[in-house]
Design a protein around this ligand. Structure first.
Ligand code: NAP
Length: 354
């Protein structure tokens, strides 16, 4: 089976490549294949995959037609992970890479008759949140996107817009679309391996550096998590399985509430866990003060993902059972992630003087 993947060099992408190269050859769309492919092969080998089964083609989500050669062999499936993932993205930049880029990938899948495994996010299943943002229709033309970008920020708004537009394209063209909706990604379930650009890394860093005296939200608030290796396994079977549900919610419903998550991490890090709560509107107001987001290492947009809504994972649970996949125990994943963070900190004495 030939599989094409975007975002292979990213945190999730590396783990997906490590899992898929056990049985498949992969063609990665990379912006700078000459330098990125050797590094990616090494990372994939270190994660237990077979780096030599990876090849690369130069491409860029920001370019018309992705900048890919015309004579690309039709892949059986395309896994689309590539995205600009950052806070405070302006609308134009976020739209170009995350929306126009996703539509170009979807168009490529349609043209080749490939399955598209499209990675969106768990907030697409939070209906109250979508309504608050002004997304009340499945028809992308009925949504005031300018207002959505203003309320949600560039990253989240562009991910929502991309998903809704890709779904509309799939419905109009018979595209075989599987949407994987990940929660915030935690480290590897055994090694805890994270990536410094990941939101969970920032949370652990804030906790370890004494910037989290209180837990944001209330006892009902939680930050749903998924272990990166479990997510990668789910994406792999979504790409290669025969019958796959159209949407897979990659979220561990047993993730503890935020205070519980912080207590597990604090225990591993030898810090005091926050005992009291800071209501989200109060924190959001604080973060509107100039300079505050940088000082607190917290961006207002990130607060949306800490919320009280619970999610129905029944259809994903059934698919996991059918594929013989089980979710790793989330409390152990959080502790492993915190241990990895602590080791990273020890290895960087210049960044973290004792
Ligand atoms: N991590 C999470 O908590 C989380 C949760 C829900 C959904 N997701 C989604 O999962 C996907 C992967 O996330 P991640 O955490 O692995 O992100 P990441 O580590 O930031 O990786 C992003 C990837 O996208 C690529 N990329 C960015 N701009 C590109 C462009 N113009 N053309 C081609 N490739 C481009 C990057 O390539 P370079 O190496 O060249 O920069 C990199 O491989 C994203 O779609 C994200 O929205 C992530």
């Amino acid at each position: 089976m030939t599989l094409l993947i975007t975002g292979a060099s990213g945190f999730i992408g590396r783990h997906v490549c490590a899992q898929l190269t056990h049985h498949h050859d992969i063609l990665a769309v990379l912006r700078q294949p000459d330098t990125q492919l050797p590094a990616l092969r090494q990372q994939v080998n270190a994660l237990g995959g077979q780096g030599e089964r990876l090849r690369a083609v130069q491409g860029d989500l920001d370019l018309p037609g992705l900048g890919l050669p015309e004579d690309l062999a039709p892949p059986q499936a395309i896994i689309h992970l590539g995205a600009r993932f950052a806070w405070e993205l302006d609308r134009e930049t976020a739209h170009r890479t995350n929306v126009a880029g996703s539509l170009a990938v979807a168009e490529l899948a349609r043209r080749h008759g490939s399955r598209l495994v499209f990675i969106s996010g768990f907030m697409l299943e939070n209906r109250e949140h979508l309504q608050r943002l002004g997304i009340t229709s499945d028809d992308p033309e009925q949504v005031d996107w300018q207002a959505v970008y203003r309320r949600a920020g560039g990253y989240e708004a562009s991910k929502l817009e991309a998903a809704i537009r890709v779904r509309a394209l799939a419905a109009a063209s018979n595209l075989d679309l599987v949407e994987v909706q990940p929660a915030t990604v935690a480290g590897h379930s055994h090694t805890g391996t994270l990536d410094t650009a990941q939101p969970l890394f920032a949370l652990l860093d804030n906790l370890a550096s004494g910037r989290l005296a209180m837990a944001p939200g209330s006892p009902q608030h939680w930050l749903p998590l998924v272990a990166v290796d479990h997510l990668a396994a789910l994406i792999a079977v979504a790409a290669t399985g025969d019958t796959v549900p159209q949407r897979l919610l990659a979220l561990d419903p047993d993730t503890p509430n935020l205070q519980g998550l912080l207590a597990i991490a604090a225990n591993t890090l030898g810090r005091r866990a926050p005992q009291r709560h800071l209501p989200i509107p109060v924190l959001a107001a604080l973060l509107r003060l100039p300079g505050m987001p940088r000082l607190m290492n917290t961006w207002p947009e990130a607060l949306h993902f800490i919320q009280p809504t619970r999610f129905d994972t029944a259809s994903t649970d059934a698919f996991l059972a059918q594929q013989g996949l089980t979710r790793p125990a989330m409390e152990a994943v959080i502790a492993a992630s915190a241990r990895w963070y602590q080791q990273y900190r020890r290895d960087q004495p210049d960044l973290y003087p004792a």
